[in-house]
Design a protein around this ligand. Structure first.
Ligand SMILES: [Zn+2]
Length: 420
């Protein structure tokens, strides 16, 4: 933006920040967490501070402050607040329908203390994706000042009227360190992500750089920090790309079949047995965040975009019991095990996927077909789940699935070629 126009927003932000600071202080002192009460008690006084400011900024500042006070008081109750009062550091100005208006797709007009200001906008891909899928802008928005590039960053909310989504089936996803097992139409795809390998790879590269540079330039030198920054940018970008691509693939398949996505409910701590072999707690945390949490979050976000519901299932013992016999599976090496009752061979990820599906089917009593359940309760060998081929996942390397638009469109010969 031109300097002069931007100055208006700098002034606006200053006033807004001051309002929020005062309101938060009052709210925390009086234990107020509700917008309505904060507004009722403080509106008139705060309003008179800046008579030139459109009154709706006082409303939104009250909302902003009430939310900040709410989360601060909750942290304090849990003993996790580090300061006696919440600090108002980053500010984004909250807007309601009186304060801004989208004018087509090219500009936004905002009400300020200096009248209406029209700002031309540059849309991003994300925005257009939502608009194309039939989402409409909601009336609430936030705007943040980017002082370095002298521009405004708008945070918009989309909404959509949806008819009730009655899942006709489930797609179950078992997230692992380096691959994701996805059960679609009775076939388990093992889509390789290599996420933990990426994390570990960069970790060791950083370590090598550190050792070399510390020796030459001393601890934490400038060139070392520069390389670190570049490495972590590359790492982040690569992981992000892997996650989004895979999440989009799964969400698209679910939407096409009108299926729900079934995920494991993950705990907060990286106590997952999958990464026990990593001793460094920080590194373990990073692997967990990237490979498990990050992957799940990407799927959730993509599912939302496509309007697909996500169901969470308790993952306890999902890979330990035979989906057919309910008996324990004894695992040997290389993720393969034998059912202690039927004697058939199972791949660990296939077991997990089927058990997640069974739990989903029995859990919500839902609208999904009971075909799977009927087949699985039939006793007597691996027949209900098909020939042994079904017990072996179709492994798909990242280079391959990253180019797919859908799983169904891939002919089976491709898969066979890969898995043999
Ligand atoms: Zn069995």
């Amino acid at each position: 933006m031109p300097r002069r126009a931007f100055k208006v927003f700098v002034e606006l932000e200053g006033m807004y920040r001051n309002l929020v600071e005062q309101l938060v202080l009052y709210a925390v002192n009086n234990g107020i967490t509700k917008f309505t009460r904060l507004k009722a008690e403080r509106y008139h006084e705060v309003r008179s501070l800046y008579p030139q400011l459109p009154s709706h900024y006082v409303y939104t500042a009250c909302q902003d402050a009430a939310e900040r006070a709410h989360s601060f008081l909750r942290l304090r109750r849990m003993g996790r607040a580090r300061k006696p009062y919440p600090e108002v550091r980053g500010v984004s100005i909250w807007l309601d329908d009186h304060l801004w208006r989208a004018e087509g797709l090219t500009s936004i007009s905002m009400t300020t203390h200096r009248g209406r200001v029209r700002v031309s906008v540059e849309l991003n891909k994300h925005f257009l994706r939502y608009v194309n899928r039939g989402w409409r802008l909601a009336s609430e928005a936030k705007v943040k000042l980017d002082r370095r590039d002298r521009r405004l960053v708008f945070y918009l909310t989309f909404k959509k009227e949806v008819s009730e989504y009655r899942p006709k089936g489930y797609i179950t996803v078992d997230v692992n360190e380096d691959a994701e097992a996805v059960l679609i139409d009775g076939l388990v795809y093992l889509l390789e992500t290599d996420l933990s390998r990426v994390t570990l790879g960069y970790y060791y590269r950083r370590k090598r750089v550190q050792e070399r540079y510390d020796r030459v330039y001393g601890l934490g030198s400038r060139p070392e920090r520069k390389i670190f920054k570049r490495l972590s940018n590359n790492e982040g970008a690569l992981k992000k790309e892997i996650r989004w691509k895979l999440a989009a693939l799964i969400a698209r398949e679910a939407a096409r079949r009108q299926a729900a996505i079934v995920l494991e409910r993950l705990g907060k701590e990286p106590a997952n047995h999958m990464i026990e072999h990593i001793k460094d707690p920080q590194l373990r945390h990073r692997v967990f965040q990237a490979a498990f949490k990050g992957m799940q979050r990407a799927i959730e976000e993509k599912a939302r975009e496509y309007g697909v519901p996500v169901i969470y299932i308790d993952p306890r013992n999902t890979s330990r019991t035979c989906p057919i016999h309910g008996a324990e599976i004894i695992y040997g090496r290389d993720r393969h095990g034998t059912c202690s009752k039927g004697g058939e061979t199972w791949h660990r990820d296939v077991v997990a996927c089927y058990n997640l599906l069974l739990r989903a089917l029995s859990g919500d009593g839902g609208h999904a077909p009971s075909r799977m359940r009927a087949l699985v309760t039939v006793d007597g060998g691996p027949v209900p789940l098909g020939p042994t081929a079904a017990h072996e996942p179709a492994g798909v390397p990242r280079a391959l699935w990253a180019r797919w638009r859908s799983l169904g469109a891939t002919s089976d010969h491709k898969l066979v070629r890969v898995s043999t």
